[in-house]
Design a binder for this molecule. Structure first.
Ligand code: SAM
Length: 460
């Protein structure tokens, strides 16, 4: 067994938790290569990986035997899968077990880069609505990109501090806080996390987590669920935060069934004659990285609020389109009857009309980065389709589809010119293994590549 150097204070605490012998197994596991796993997009066409080892707590999660270059895989850019660490996929098992309402309104409070938001998006499918929020601007842009690639149209991306949610008490059926933490569970993957770790940093993270949960705890409606997770092992950032939530709000414990072969460790916290459960993922026991999660159910009699619909939607930048546009768009683009359309910066956005009042109410308080599906811009007599629409799961009827070979697909994703034989003039939807990658426009003497500049592959 080889041992890796870890911060001394961390080492002595883990020895205390695990005992000396188990600690050695834990340390040795941290020295091994991290596992690679992906989660498939159930609404897109499956990539041809050799997917034979499923993540046991996820229906769509798979381990890969080696780590390919995802950047050079067109299907990664088409949003057919998300590269996600296996322990995090346990959220799928939780959602199924608690039977979280698929037609509900969910909030992912700390969502970037989007691993858990895309998982929730897949769970909600076409029925529900997700607010994926990230406070840090640059990270919110990455979140937006990943939500667009996932392409389900059921998500609104916002960039707000938890404080900005004050008016939304009792609004959500489910709130997930995958909190910023000291990252002990990432020590195998991320050497920087080891060097940044200190007891002071743990205390600072715990303080921040309390501040976030003090707000997040209010946002769940009566009978709804609060899920709190970290990628760290210590009790200060886990059980102590659970204790804090229960001291501030009325939440019932939820126990999640486990199979012993999974290696997940259940912890129990006794509070006022109730047992609250936490689930720890140790890298020497599970096929995944370090993780902690706890699930709580808000008392049925807690305050709940439905969105207050105003007769005229007023927003400084977003305009609701009327009946005529709605009827024309539904017909022209073969969109569902439950469609609402908005205009922002001259571009037309689709939203599931079942969540129109939720969206309009939320837009009063939140800084919106993206929502639904951006379809395109009207320019003179033309409709200019967006990349967002290309990557969405909505039909793109009436356009010429062109299936690319791998090399051309990579060139397209590098935003290079590609020459294609036998294509008509106009907009062409390029696909790779039948998954849309984006648009080119054939002008006869040349073609324009409409892949977003900021997304292009830069790797050689
Ligand atoms: N849920 C994400 C996923 O599965 O891809 C990972 C979230 S990461 C563990 C925590 C996130 O919280 C980071 O993106 C970080 O920027 C954000 N964050 C940092 N400070 C925060 C704060 N004060 N309130 C809310 N979120 C914060």
């Amino acid at each position: 067994m080889s041992f890796i150097d870890l911060p001394k204070a961390f080492e002595s605490r883990m020895k205390e938790y695990l005992g000396k012998v188990e600690y050695e197994r834990f340390n040795s596991a941290l020295g091994e290569d991290p596992l690679t796993s992906i989660r498939l997009n159930p609404f897109k066409k499956t990539p041809p990986f050799h997917l034979n080892k499923r993540v046991p707590w996820s229906e769509t999660g798979f381990y890969l035997t080696e780590r390919p270059s995802f950047t050079l895989d067109p299907l990664f850019h088409a949003g057919t899968y998300y590269v996600q660490e296996a322990s995090s996929m346990f959220l799928e098992h939780i959602l199924h077990h608690i039977q979280a309402p698929r037609d509900g309104v969910f909030l992912d409070m700390a969502a970037a880069p989007g691993g858990k938001s895309t998982l929730i998006g897949s769970y909600l499918g076409q029925k529900g609505f997700l607010v994926a929020n990230e406070v840090i601007k640059a990270r919110a842009s990455v979140l937006k990109e990943n939500i667009i690639k996932w392409g389900l149209g059921n998500t609104m991306v916002t960039q707000n501090d938890p404080e900005h949610f004050s008016k939304l008490e009792g609004f959500f059926d489910l709130v997930l806080v995958d909190a910023p933490c000291s990252g002990e569970g990432m020590f195998r993957k991320d050497k920087e996390a080891r060097s940044e770790w200190s007891n002071d940093h743990v205390a600072l993270c715990a303080h921040r987590q309390e501040r976030i949960m003090d707000k997040a705890g209010t946002l769940v409606k009566g009978g709804g669920y609060l899920i709190y997770s970290t990628c760290t092992f210590n009790e200060q950032e886990n059980e102590e935060i659970l204790r804090f939530i229960c001291s501030e709000f009325s939440y019932e414990p939820v126990q999640i069934p486990l199979e012993s072969s999974w290696g997940i460790v259940e912890s129990a916290l006794e509070l006022e004659n109730k047992t609250y459960f936490g689930y720890r993922f140790y890298p020497h026991k599970v096929f995944g990285e370090g993780f902690f999660v706890t699930v709580l159910k808000r008392s049925e009699d807690a305050y709940s609020q439905a969105p207050q619909r105003t007769k005229d939607f007023k927003h400084p930048f977003i305009k609701l389109e009327g009946k005529l546009v709605k009827e024309n768009m539904i017909k022209a683009l073969e969109l569902p009857q439950s469609s609402s359309f908005y205009t922002l910066n001259g571009s037309c956005f689709w939203l599931n009309s079942n969540f129109q009042s939720h969206f309009e109410y939320l837009s009063r308080f939140l800084n919106i980065k993206y929502f639904g599906v951006e379809l395109g811009k009207f320019y003179k007599t033309q409709f200019i389709p967006t990349h967002e629409w290309a990557l969405s799961i909505f039909p793109k009827t009436g356009f010429f589809y062109f299936e690319l070979e791998e090399k051309d697909a990579i060139d397209f994703l590098r935003k290079q010119d590609i020459s294609l034989e036998g294509i008509p003039e106009g907009w062409i939807l390029l696909t790779y293994q039948q998954n849309p990658l984006g648009w080119i426009k054939n002008l006869g003497n040349r073609t324009n590549n409409y892949y977003p500049k900021e997304w292009r592959i830069r790797m050689k």
